[in-house]
Design a protein around this ligand. Structure first.
Ligand code: 5GP
Ligand code: MN
Length: 341
């Protein structure tokens, strides 16, 4: 983590700032971006959040949501903002490819760049990097950075809700091993600063459409494969499945955790045909690194126990590639795994 005085130097003069985050942002990506935007506005800057794509409706309550520019469909406006920016802040991703097309524009821009992130193996593109894999969420780092700047009093209720949402979701509601003492300390402060923990949990987890719940039932009954010989379970979801349940962005979020929740399962995947590509979510319990697995075989990455990747093959081909790879990892998946269970 670089000295915060470098950051202070970069934000001394009021300027045009762009904050961006990864493709299909989740609560941590969007919540930390919106809170950081509000902070930099309070420091006198003109700030725009650009998301490469749309995101789940259950994030629309976040303060500042209405001002987010979605790159897909507003390319010209977003490109103008990137070109005019003096500072570009990259939150919750560490590889510009996670911005897809927008990544090339950011790379080409002369703006100074800031990285605030907690993913493994970051690309080296930032002038100031506030990066730690010890952090459970980017939102935890955004809180910490504002605190280190001596500006905790600038965190208002709207920002506290956004940051709390990021930490709550990236720790799996304080269940994952990344739930450190610091996570609770930060969340305690965010609560004191106004975060409404019950409201945030309700808005994120308990605001499901009927279609989403029916889709969950369908996926559990019809699309879950369990491979006890590899302690592995996965879902394979087709484009037709998504269409049948009028699937919206965010409707598959959390599904992979049901596979991982089965007793004995150490490795879970959710393989979804998104038509432009096959998108995959990986999760594990214990020592098996899904970051390495995604990086090596599916052009992805992330964290040790939660990662993502993609495939240019068909859904069936991707499933058989995945199943075949399990043979290579059989020993790791069955013998060597350290878990709580
Ligand atoms: P999810 O499965 O929830 O989409 O993502 C799990 C974790 O892996 C998140 O931290 C996410 O940022 C990361 N991730 C998801 N997809 C990709 C990808 O294609 N590449 C990389 N490098 N990380 C990803
Ligand atoms: Mn995150």
């Amino acid at each position: 983590m670089q000295n915060v005085e470098i950051f202070r130097g970069l934000i001394t003069i009021p300027q045009e700032v762009v904050i961006t985050t990864h493709h299909k942002p989740d609560a941590d990506a969007l919540g930390s971006s919106l809170a950081f935007a509000r902070y930099l506005k309070k420091k006198g800057h003109r700030v725009t959040v650009i998301s490469p794509t749309d995101y789940a409706n259950f994030l629309a309550w976040m303060e500042g949501n209405n001002d987010v520019v979605i790159y897909e469909g507003n390319e010209k406006e977003a490109e103008r903002l990137v070109q005019n920016a003096g500072l570009i802040c990259c939150l919750d991703f560490s590889n510009l490819s996670r911005l897809h097309e927008l990544g090339d524009k950011v790379a080409a821009s002369k703006a100074k760049k800031i990285l605030v992130d907690h993913h493994l193996e970051p690309e080296d593109f930032a002038d100031f990097s506030y990066w730690s894999t010890e952090a459970a969420a980017t939102a935890e780092l955004v809180y910490q950075l504002i605190y280190d700047m001596g500006d905790e009093d600038l965190i208002d209720k709207g920002m506290a809700d956004c940051l709390y949402a990021g930490v709550m979701t990236d720790t799996g509601s304080f269940k994952h091993p990344n739930t450190t003492g610091n996570v609770f300390r930060v969340c305690a402060r965010l609560t004191e600063l106004g975060a409404d923990t019950a409201k945030v949990a309700k808005l994120i987890y308990d605001s499901n459409s009927i279609d989403k719940i029916k889709f969950l039932g369908f996926a559990l009954n019809e699309r879950l494969t369990i491979l006890p010989a590899y302690n592995t379970a996965y879902f394979a979801i087709s484009q037709q499945d998504l269409a049948r349940f009028h699937s919206q962005t965010g409707d598959t979020e959390g599904l992979v955790n049901y596979a991982l929740s089965i007793t004995g399962i150490k490795f879970a995947a959710l393989i979804v045909d998104r038509s432009v590509m096959i998108k995959i979510s990986f999760r594990s319990i214990g020592d098996f690194s899904v970051n390495e697995f995604a990086r090596k075989h599916f052009e992805g990455g992330g964290h040790k126990n939660a990662s993502g990747g993609k495939s240019g093959l068909s859904l069936e081909e991707t499933v058989s590639k995945f199943e075949n790879l399990l043979k290579e990892y059989k020993e790791q998946l069955t013998n060597n795994i350290k878990t709580f269970a």
